[in-house]
Design a protein around this ligand. Structure first.
Ligand SMILES: Cc1cc2nc3c(=O)[nH]c(=O)nc-3n(C[C@H](O)[C@H](O)[C@H](O)COP(=O)(O)OP(=O)(O)OC[C@H]3O[C@@H](n4cnc5c(N)ncnc54)[C@H](O)[C@@H]3O)c2cc1C
Length: 385
């Protein structure tokens, strides 16, 4: 955690540089559907965006989750594509720190903190489902693993130096780091996305890619647990992105409703429009409180699978409702590219998919709920024999 007084200054400075240095690039990114690295990289490096969640001993800022949330939310306001880039870089740098041993951390993390290196997350596959359904294999051969399979939709695939690959090692899953230049790894672009434009979410094909077994993160067979741990906090961070998008859509809607006059009065004076605004504010407020709760628990050292999935699920529903309402408040002109609502609407839809769809969040929430209920009835049996 950063010292609270230093954090206040740091946060004010990073917010200022986001709006000064990054926001003016929005039109260029949307127009060309590509992030101009030569302009974005120096700005992100200068403001310290690459090392936000990287511990200070590896050159990062070591922010707590509570300190990081408002910053990633602000990135979502400025531009969804830049937010996705910064989110995955920090989230996966953080996950790597959690899963790696000292030697692996020393080798990779200092470069991650200044953006010279970046760790990407290789989980989703074109040919099978996520998690235990993984079809990619890492077969032990002497001191190496030989990896075969395909991963897709892998964010930051255009520049990541390392991929954390979830692969089947026999009947269990393991996480193995593969470097970008490993022989046998082919990286291809996928088509541009609906929103959060400019980043690459590519297709990785592993053909007899050989890496030393020392590239494995954690014990063999610990991949399912590693995946859960990486996704847990990352789900909270996706929900923080939903909060940023929703807050901005609400602010713009309040302003627009006060300015737009129909039948001689600002539309903000109409009860029907006030109802939209009130519903949006309720969603924003509830999401903010859910996030505060999850961050406080995580920063206190607790595991929060249920809270994380609740944040992610409520966040995607809230940002969906808020951007729907924002479009309605803006009327037809909101559907044009003159207003940022159109971009926020598209950016928000990625939050539905990142780190798992709604059904996956429901599955985790119900699993944790039923586990808790089973524990409770065991206790009842013990206390009421
Ligand atoms: C822009 C972008 C960036 C991404 N970045 C990354 C990344 O960096 N790394 C990465 O690994 N992945 C990444 N993803 C992938 C993303 O996490 C997945 O797309 C998402 O988790 C859904 O998985 P899927 O696409 O395989 O959908 P599917 O699993 O094919 O799901 C399709 C539908 O079926 C439902 N479904 C599937 N299986 C079940 C089941 N067993 N029970 C109930 N319902 C089910 C799903 O909920 C969904 O509604 C990214 C995706 C996008 C769009």
């Amino acid at each position: 955690m950063m010292d609270p007084t230093a954090y206040e200054d740091f946060r004010a400075a990073i917010f200022a540089s986001m709006w000064r240095d990054l926001a003016p690039l929005e039109e260029e990114i949307e127009e060309h559907e590509s992030i101009p690295r030569e302009k974005i990289w120096p700005a992100l490096r200068e403001m310290g965006a690459f090392g936000l969640l990287i511990p200070t001993e590896y050159g990062g800022h070591g922010l707590s989750i509570a300190q990081y949330l408002p910053i990633i939310a602000e990135f979502a306001k400025v531009h969804g594509g830049i937010r996705a880039l910064v989110h995955v870089h920090n989230s996966m740098g953080h996950a790597f720190w959690e899963l790696a041993d000292e030697r692996q951390r020393d080798a990779v993390l200092p470069g991650v903190a200044d953006g010279a290196r970046s760790v990407a997350f290789g989980l989703t596959e074109p040919d099978s489902g996520t998690g235990l359904d993984t079809a990619t294999t890492a077969v032990a051969d002497g001191d190496d693993y030989v990896i075969n399979g395909r991963k897709w939709l892998i964010t930051n695939s255009d520049f990541a130096s390392h991929f954390m690959v979830f692969a089947r090692t026999g009947s269990t899953l393991s996480v193995v780091t593969v470097e970008r230049d490993a022989p046998g790894l082919r990286i291809e672009e996928l088509p541009e996305t609906m929103g959060c434009k400019g980043g690459q979410h590519g297709l990785l094909t592993f053909t007899d890619v050989r890496v030393p077994q020392t590239n494995r993160l954690g014990a063999e067979g610990s991949g399912a647990e590693g995946m859960e741990r990486a996704l847990e906090i990352s789900r909270v961070l996706v929900a923080a992105s939903s909060l940023g998008t929703a807050e901005y859509a609400l602010d713009l809607s309040v302003r627009f409703a006060q300015q737009r006059v129909t039948f001689g009065k600002p539309i903000a004076s109409r009860q029907a429009v006030q109802r939209y605004l009130a519903e949006m504010a309720t969603d924003v407020h509830a999401l903010r409180l859910l996030l505060d709760d999850a961050a406080a628990k995580w920063d206190a050292g607790r595991r929060i699978p249920q809270e994380a999935s609740i944040c992610k699920l409520f966040g995607l529903e809230a940002v969906g409702r808020v951007t729907d309402r924002a479009l309605l408040v803006h009327g037809g002109i909101g559907y044009t590219r003159r207003h940022p609502i159109e971009r926020l609407y598209r950016d928000a839809r990625l939050n539905w998919l990142e780190e798992g769809t709604p059904t996956i969040q429901q599955l985790v929430i119900a699993r944790e709920l039923l586990k808790g209920a089973a524990r409770h009835s065991e206790d009842m049996e013990l206390t009421n024999p």
